[in-house]
Design a protein around this ligand. Structure first.
Ligand code: TMP
Length: 234
């Protein structure tokens, strides 16, 4: 691969992806790899305004699934063209906390919108900007709930019944089966450090340029867990 990798993280709420994004940022920063962290929905001023409407604004109550789908795609179209593609073109590795697989799973499988329409709109929003690797952090509902206990801002997207999240989890697993070369299923029930080690080993195997030379020859040895916080990847 001639350009740096575009890496995305996916999973249900409470799966631990934000922690993993942060741990990966630390590892890249320690190695002096230029990277950028972004998220969906959001990541640009337009996207963050759309995020507010989708998740937190009182006006969002009563939003139709179709409107929701189009707003996620609008946020994504902006992020791809304003941030992700320019960064990759400049040799910067991009990490996104959610990307188009969230739409396939949440709006397609869980909201039951027509999957072909979702696929077409995803393709329209991203063009040729497809992640090189996608990590799906898989956790059961009890683990996810336990991790979501800390106080959070009330989020419209988190008001669904348990069945909705079961659908989301099932759909992520189907995605892994459908696209095994891109989408990697990670057992998210383990410690953050263990998950981080597995992720890193997978990345180094697929993209040797992200690692130091010593690590490439030593992939069976897990790297030391990191506790340092990233300064800023933005
Ligand atoms: P998060 O900030 O906790 O990841 O929450 C984002 C919420 O938006 C989460 O409930 C998943 C949802 N979502 C979709 O339904 N479709 C999408 O395309 C994206 C990116 C997120």
């Amino acid at each position: 691969m001639s350009r740096p990798p575009f890496i995305t993280f996916e999973g249900t709420e409470g799966c631990g992806k934000s922690t993993q994004v942060q741990q990966l940022s630390v590892r890249l920063e320690e190695r002096g790899i230029p990277f950028l962290v972004t998220r969906e929905p959001g990541g640009t001023p337009i996207g963050e305004t759309i995020k507010e409407l989708l998740q937190f604004a009182p006006q969002g109550i009563g939003m139709t699934p179709e409107t929701e789908l189009l707003l996620f795609e609008a946020s994504r179209s902006q992020l791809v063209r304003q941030t992700i593609k320019p960064a990759l073109a400049r040799g910067i590795c991009v990490i996104s906390d959610r990307f188009f697989d969230s739409t396939t799973v949440y709006q397609g499988a869980a909201r039951k919108l027509d999957p072909q329409t979702v696929e077409r709109l995803n393709a329209f929003a991203v063009g040729d900007c497809i992640p090189d690797v996608t990590f799906v952090l898989d956790v059961d509902a009890d683990t996810a709930r336990a991790r979501m206990q800390k106080p959070r801002r009330p989020d419209r997207m988190e008001q669904e019944p348990a069945e909705f999240y079961e659908q989301v989890r099932r759909a992520y697993r189907q995605l892994v089966a459908r696209e095994p070369n891109r989408v990697v299923l990670i057992d998210g029930s383990r410690s953050a450090a263990d998950i981080g080690d597995e992720l890193w080993a997978t990345l180094v195997r697929r993209f040797p340029a992200v690692a130091g030379k010593s690590e490439i020859g030593n992939l069976s040895e897990p790297s030391a867990p990191t506790s340092q916080r990233p300064k800023s990847g933005m």
